[in-house]
Write a protein of this length. Structure first.
Length: 315
């Protein structure tokens, strides 16, 4: 059963009535199709109308939905023969950032991304997708490996931000993020980055400085979370909705600003309502982006990436 968000309360109430009718008629001879049909039509229209005019804060809530597909779901749906490669060869293996080799629709690829987890145990194991220095150093190692063998890199970004703990700072979090961003920009192979849900702060940019940046329709991408921004500007996280509006965190805003290259449409009501459909839609977009870079030389790939990021913010 879908978990409804706060702004979906009217939809939840209608769906609850539909479920009650179905439950009451289960195993009986009563035909309730005539009663359910108008209620279902009303629910579908309400869902369509609601998602057609989501505010930036509501999109943030959708991007954080606990049932939204994560890294492991996209890998399972798109990557064949995935072989995880762990460790940074210096300190430890970070479960928040996962990477490895596989085949994507006939192509060899290196896939790297954040895994948030989808229940309490897995969220703790993956540290809620918040990477530590060893995670970003692992990503650098895998990107260099891909570059050496001429393998395109696909990154799947979904994090509220890099881990802010003392231990991470002691091990050089800022330096690791900067080096990972540098590694993205220096690649002589295609890099296609996709923002799946949250793209928070440098923890996201460290894997998203690609030739093509794709973004799911209801994902968000920003330098800081709306709550963090509100706490700085207004001294209260209660202003998060205002911060989200001002920060232009949505895919639609970022496409207009030239920060991302393509918006990937999600199923009606968000990716969590039809995960398989969302996974395949992103796969189609990644395939198109990779195909567009076939035959480009390493230097041309670096130059196009450089030009893309230098153009941001120019008036």
């Amino acid at each position: 059963m879908t978990t409804f968000l706060d702004f979906e309360k009217p939809i939840a109430e209608l769906q609850g009535k539909i479920d009650e009718l179905r439950s009451a008629a289960q195993g009986g001879d009563v035909d309730i199709a005539a009663e359910i049909a108008p209620l279902q039509a009303k629910s579908d229209k309400l869902l369509l109308d609601t998602y057609a005019k989501l505010t930036p804060w509501q999109k943030t809530q959708v991007a954080r939905h606990p049932e939204r597909p994560h890294f492991k779901h996209y890998v399972a749906g798109l990557i064949e023969d995935f072989m995880p490669l762990g460790g940074d060869r210096a300190f430890a293996d970070d479960n928040a950032i996962i990477g490895g080799l596989g085949r994507f629709r006939g192509r060899r690829v290196m896939v790297i991304g954040h895994e948030k987890g989808d229940d309490t145990a897995s969220r703790l194991k993956h540290n809620f997708g918040m990477g530590k220095p060893e995670g970003y150093r692992k990503a650098i190692r895998l990107m260099k490996l891909a570059d050496r063998f001429g393998i395109p890199v696909v990154t799947l970004v979904d994090t509220s931000g890099a881990f802010p703990g003392v231990q991470a700072e002691e091990r050089g979090q800022a330096e690791a993020i900067a080096r990972s961003t540098e590694a993205c920009l220096a690649l002589g192979v295609p890099l296609v980055a996709s923002i799946l849900g949250e793209g928070g702060s440098g923890g996201a940019v460290a894997l998203a400085a690609g030739n093509q940046v794709l973004m799911m329709e209801h994902a968000v991408y920003s330098v800081i979370s709306p709550e963090g921004c509100a706490s700085i500007l207004w001294r209260t996280a209660d202003k998060a909705a205002d911060a989200a509006e001002a920060m232009k965190v949505t895919a639609q805003h970022l496409k207009e600003l030239g920060v991302i290259d393509r918006i990937v449409a999600e199923p009606l009501g968000g990716a969590h309502r039809a995960p398989g459909q969302a996974v395949q839609a992103l796969g189609d977009a990644i395939e198109k982006a990779l195909s567009a870079m076939d035959g480009m030389s390493p230097e041309a790939l670096r130059q196009s990436r450089r030009a893309k990021f230098l153009a941001m913010g120019r008036v």
